[in-house]
Design a protein. Structure first.
Length: 137
């Protein structure tokens, strides 16, 4: 859109950095269209690289900005994050998976900025064995 601004970008590996106010910051150079991580002090060997993402960490950015899809926050086409439902967490995982299939519930949960998602499948996956054995649809 604007050659001197960066609307949405994905930086592989930057999500491994933790947020810390006043730490290194992301600097966009419009001339070379390069983003650099700039620290105000030298880092010693073994120091953890932390980044100041301003008011949002990368999780918020992926969910609210739309991640790779670049959709507007809450608008149509905003991507969000898809998380698989953890069905292998206990001995009833196979039964839970068959039940999801039979009920035609999704095996993933979509996280977005401002929409409420149907998380019945996640609730089912999180049920402890004693609750699951007493549960019925």
């Amino acid at each position: 859109m604007f050659p001197d601004k960066l609307d949405t970008a994905i930086f592989p590996g930057i999500d491994l950095c933790r947020h810390q106010e006043g730490a290194a910051r992301l600097v966009f150079d419009p001339g070379s269209r390069v983003v650099r991580v700039v620290a105000d002090r030298a880092l010693a060997a073994g120091d953890e690289v932390r980044v100041d993402f301003r008011s949002q960490d990368l999780t918020d950015r992926l969910v609210t900005v739309g991640g790779a899809a670049g959709g507007a926050a809450g608008g149509p086409g905003g991507a969000g994050l898809f998380l698989p439902v953890p069905l292998d967490a206990d001995i009833n995982g196979g039964s839970k998976a068959r039940l999801l299939e039979e009920l035609r519930w999704p095996a993933e949960v979509r996280l977005t900025h401002d929409s409420v998602q149907d998380i019945r499948a996640l609730r089912l996956a999180a049920m402890p064995p004693e609750e699951f054995s007493a549960w019925s649809v």
